[in-house]
Design a protein around this ligand. Sequence first.
Ligand code: FAD
Length: 556
Amino acid sequence: MTGVKHQKWWGWGVEGIAFTHDDKPRMAPFVMEKIGIDLNRPGTPPPAFDDLEVPASRMGDDLGGKLRDALGEQYVDTGDLNRVVHTYGKGLVDLVRVRAGDLPRVPDVVVYPGDEDQVRQVVDAVVAADGVVIPFGGGSNISGSLTPQPAEHRVVVSLDLGRLNRVLEVDEAAGLARIQAGGLGPDLEDQLNARGWTMGHQPDSFKHSTLGGWIATRSSGMQSDKYGDIADITRGLRVVLPGKVIALRPLPSTSSGPSVREMILGSEGRLGVITEAWVNVHRVPENREIIAYLYPTWAAAIAAMHEISESDAAPTVTRVSDANETAFSLAMQKPSKGLAAKAGPILFNVLERRGWDLSAACLSYIGYEGEASHLKYQKGLVGKIVKKHGGIKLGKGPGALYDQKKFDTPYIRDFLLDIGALGDVSETAAPWSKLMNLYANTIRAANDAYDELGVKGFAMCHLSHSYHSGACLYFTFAFPPSTDVPAEQIEQYWVVKKAIQQSFIDNEATISHHHGVGTDHAYWLEDDISPAGTDVMVGLLKSVDPGRNLNPGTLL
Ligand code: FAD
């Protein structure tokens, strides 16, 4: 036993937790209307693990002996289950492939170093043996960034950082914490909260992703408007390279040439193994509230979000769903009881009488933190902007519900797969001036792709993470493929995913705001950063890793 917790080999999260629509009476009719699938039809659960054919480990005795000497027998695992857990991330393609037992290449061994010195010993031993090292955090990426290349003939070692999960020190005077890279979100926050501090980084994958993974993929959490993206939060780093360690002190800012810190951010295991980082931390706020608002149209909602970002209000969360996602959220609600059961219909009646087309309404959540007087001031400012754009305040109730349920939503994708529907996401960022066209053209591109496939699909979007010059748009798409054959399902998936990603490029947006490049988005990297930009990146990767021993295949 290594003491490291892992997700299910076949899906999101941990065994024993699953999505159900039994307590959501409006969901089945909604899904039937949008993608023509009956949620009550019998599903096909994932196969039993014993039905998979797992290729044998190719690790030789020589390297195996060195790894065991360095880490101890217990922390060098060639067992089939663990190797499969470390083969894929949690993208839609990963899930379809693993459930189909499609395992052309799995890591030959999973190792669990207990400190940086052991990470160095592993990296040096594997590189000396001309093997491949793939750092593994929570395995939650959805960009295909840790799967061994199918044709990789060298020994593949998955280096799991799970034992490096401690907050090492807090510099209270500076608001900085030194944290090991393998800690999962809740573990790290619990340790920080116990000392009165928080990092404030809360991606939807928070429960199953790690600090090192966040840094290596340039993650962003839902409270990024206040706390920043992980690229802002990360100040200092230690990174193990073959034969050496990069050590970057935590500096508030520096002008010491092109930023090596920035080179490590988003490096997806291609530039070494991050063992620890100094991150910005903040005092746990006195109050925390998420308030829901409703806008009559998407255009009004986006204009309001832009104005909020320019105002003196400094919310932690700025999020608004388009009409489709709003309808989906309402369909996911459990029935209300008591007064609340009456309040919804009454409100919708009033809005209709005021001339609202409710099918165009857009639900928004704005988060606030701080002292009571600060919250009151901010809410006042936001309230005026909401009103100016024709919106109304719904109150704390729906916001609190969203806050509690946000980490459960990811389980829905496995449930959809069981009943034969594919669902996934693509996210991007663009300047405010481009957002409306980007949105309209991307929804159109998804719908055109569904038409091309002859399937009934659904696409929805929300804005999250506002910046001075623009914002992140996050698209979710789902459709029932017209085939049961996994490889053909993946082909159909790519028709839709490619249409959406190409639309990002065509509309002057980036290929990913926070999921990284991986193998899934690599095709568009040159469009994103220009051919000369990729030349620079290739040069950097080659100089650090001439033998392509560090997670080759992802990024470039
Ligand atoms: P892994 O998946 O284990 O690894 C990702 C990449 O980082 C790999 O290339 C790996 O080799 C490398 N890596 C991992 N650890 C290290 C290390 N210590 N040193 C060097 N390289 C390393 N992302 C967001 O940003 N925001 C979200 O809100 C969000 N929501 C999600 C919701 C769901 C349901 C899912 C499935 C994913 C979501 N993601 C989100 C994507 C994913 O959680 C992030 O990409 C996350 O940062 C990955 O962290 P991880 O620890 O799981 O990394």
